[in-house]
Design a protein around this ligand. Structure first.
Ligand SMILES: Cc1ncc(COP(=O)(O)O)c(C=O)c1O
Length: 441
């Protein structure tokens, strides 16, 4: 299916004009969109999607999305990360379909669980036990509960700009450099559970752990992908590890984005630091809803000894089938070298296209997931550093990119999948160049 040339000719438009334009150019999406608003708040089933253009997709295949009006998009949002093998990977979907014929969920053990658990633990490399869940949000909560149970302490340390799910004790925004509730209706005392420190600031962590004896855990996104795709400074994670050991604090890696993506063994492998617990999601199951909490036997076995973790759909037949097929695919044909090459070239090309058009486009992160925005090219090391970038301008530009057939998140993160190859690179660069020309005109 060809990308409609009509959409390339649409004049520059502000994001607020999207809906008006939608009704004249993307007719079927516009009709779906107006009906959706009558059925679900804001027309979306997750608030994260409120910032996206109201395009309704019909299907995804490999690195491509196809909308209801017949347009194609090179996809770098990848469902917010789960489609690491590309959309509709045949090996995974065939396995899920075949296994689901025997049923979905029994509220009891089933014969695929052990194979999924063995493959998972062997692939992660460092952990001794795993509990499957459905979302990263709930597995993060299980990790924090386990840390509280193990230490007898209540509070935890986190870093400004990380995301650990949408529940009250972890949802947070930063207002004038200070932690603030991320939502109306959030329990007013919920943010007092966390000490919030700047990412990459080991000295601040050292001081906080020395000062407070009520800290059960340090939870960290090893690469702060949720804001700026900020990598850990050299030695930062190892320093955090040493400090947690010194204070008897549980180190939790939130590998929901990094897991199976930045290396087969996730951030623990890539950066050579072992957490006590780690939470996984997204890339582990070829687009299917599965999360996991993994860790040492000493910690994890508490789930069989009084610490509650439950979930009707945990470790369902389709979930285990998806995990088995996805991990086998990643182990048998590791995409990591290709991803490094593709992502590095793409980041360079984005900056270069920007330069050609007089746009201060910048990219930072890792090749398999990185952040694009406008601003000073110098690397940003923590959340405060993002204030120097023009994130709003990029959010508007993300809509122009959609208009030209490149699907990306307004918040700047680009995910690369195992299905992105030469054809996708060529289409991306051509479309990106046209979009850049449009906003620089
Ligand atoms: C690092 C991190 N942790 C936790 C979550 C929450 O996962 P879920 O959306 O599956 O609940 C996310 C989601 O994007 C995430 O990026």
């Amino acid at each position: 299916m060809e990308h409609l040339p009509l959409r390339r000719q649409v004049a520059r438009f502000p994001v607020t004009a999207w809906e008006a334009r939608l009704s004249t150019v993307l007719e079927r999406s516009a009709a779906f969109s107006s009906r959706a608003r009558e059925l679900t708040p804001g027309g979306v089933h997750s608030n994260v999607r409120l910032s996206a253009p109201s395009i309704f997709f019909e299907r995804g295949e490999g690195a491509w999305l196809y909308d209801a009006d017949g347009n194609d998009y090179v996809d770098y949002l990848l469902g917010q990360g789960p489609n690491f093998l590309g959309h509709a990977p045949a090996r995974v979907n065939d396995a899920v379909a075949a296994e689901a014929r025997r049923g979905s969920v029994f509220g009891a053990n089933h014969v695929l669980e052990n194979e999924a658990g063995e493959l998972f633990l062997d692939t992660v490399g460092w952990a001794e036990r795993v509990r499957f869940g459905v979302t990263g949000t709930e597995s993060d909560q299980a990790a924090l509960r386990l840390a509280r149970a193990a230490t007898g302490r209540n509070r935890f340390v986190r870093f400004a700009g990380t995301y650990h799910g949408w529940l009250d004790n972890v949802l947070m925004s930063m207002v004038d450099g200070k932690p603030a509730p991320g939502s109306a209706g959030q329990l007013s005392h919920s943010l007092t559970e966390a000490y919030v420190l700047p990412f990459n600031d080991a000295a601040a962590l050292e001081a906080t752990l020395a000062e407070h004896d009520d800290i059960a855990a340090v939870i960290v996104e090893p690469v702060m992908f949720n804001n700026g795709a900020i990598p850990p400074a050299e030695g930062f994670l190892a320093h955090v590890r040493r400090l947690c050991d010194a204070h008897g604090v549980v180190l939790i890696f939130d590998e929901v984005i990094t897991g199976f993506r930045v290396a087969l063994g996730g951030a623990a492998e890539r950066f050579g630091v072992r957490p006590d617990l780690a939470v996984y999601g997204k890339a582990m199951a070829g687009g299917w809803p599965v999360s996991a909490l993994a860790g040492s036997a000493a910690l994890m076995d508490r789930f069989a000894e009084g610490v509650v973790h439950a979930g009707t759909f945990n470790g369902s037949v389709p979930a285990c089938a998806a995990v088995i097929a996805s991990l086998k695919a990643l182990r048998e044909d590791p995409p990591y070298a290709r991803l490094e090459e593709y992502g590095d070239s793409l980041m360079d090309a984005i900056v270069e296209i920007g330069r050609d058009h007089g746009l201060p486009l910048r990219a930072q992160g890792l090749p398999m997931a990185f952040h694009v925005s406008f601003g000073d090219p110098a690397p940003v090391h923590d959340y405060a550093g993002l204030a120097g970038l023009d994130l709003d301008r990029y959010a508007a530009f993300s809509h122009t990119l959609a208009d030209h057939g490149v699907w990306v998140a307004a918040r700047g993160i680009w995910y690369v999948s195992a299905a992105h190859a030469d054809k996708e690179m060529a289409a991306t660069l051509e479309r990106f160049d046209t979009a850049a020309a449009q906003v620089s005109a």
